[in-house]
Design a protein around this ligand. Structure first.
Ligand code: MD6
Ligand code: FE
Length: 200
């Protein structure tokens, strides 16, 4: 496994997963999921997104960036839930709180192409990911596009920490295995990624 990558299978127990889903339902009511589009081409992503925290990641024709307000409502993003802050403080090994939690919702044939998370100013903080709902096939490679890659199954409750050298590795979601979890009543998968954006 890539140095700095930590895979914590089943780290979140079912009660915490259920609490998070409840927190997310309230958050999404205030900050609705939107469909991001690729810079320049305007091609839509197959996942829908929203954010929690003081900054949120958005992608539109103008580019990728972090911003304090929801692009459609113009309101600040909802707060990062306590379960997630507690998780970050326990496993990130980083002494400042995250500023952004990107919420990705996968339904049907949604996937995520290989990419690096590189829009942050602080790469010394890890990116911490939480998976909820249906199992996904996660693909990870090295720091260069086109290198050797491998896959990992991400199940509901799994936590993945991309720190150290793995922080800037290419990764993506090949596909989501429909019907593998009953956590979300209408199925699908939610991925949460906690990020530190600015240098403290
Ligand atoms: C996903 N995850 O699991 C997509 N990024 O749906 C990511 O893009 C990701 O899992 C940075 C760190 C961990 C991740
Ligand atoms: Fe990512």
């Amino acid at each position: 496994m890539t140095p700095g990558l930590r895979y914590l299978p089943g780290h979140l127990a079912l009660p915490e997963q259920r609490q998070l889903v409840e927190d997310l339902r309230l958050a999404v009511a205030a900050a609705p999921l939107f469909t991001p589009v690729m810079p320049r081409t305007g091609r839509p992503f197959s996942v829908r997104m929203t954010n929690l925290g003081s900054l949120g990641w958005v992608s539109d024709r103008a580019g990728y960036r972090y911003q304090p307000l929801h692009p459609d409502t113009g309101q600040p993003w909802p707060a990062i839930p306590g379960v997630l802050l507690a998780l970050w403080r326990t496993v990130s090994g980083y002494s400042h709180d995250p500023e952004a939690c990107l919420v990705n919702f996968y339904s049907g044939g949604a996937r995520m192409g290989l990419h690096r998370d590189e829009d942050e100013d602080d790469f010394t903080a890890p990116v911490l990911s939480v998976s909820l709902g249906d199992t996904a096939i996660f693909r990870i490679g090295g720091p260069e596009r086109g290198g050797k890659t491998g896959t990992l199954k991400l199940n509901s409750g799994d936590v993945l920490v991309m720190g150290g050298p793995s922080r800037l590795c290419y990764h993506g979601i090949d596909r989501v295995l429909t019907g593998t979890s009953t956590l979300l009543k209408d199925g699908g998968r939610i991925n949460l990624t906690l990020r530190r954006v600015t240098k403290p």
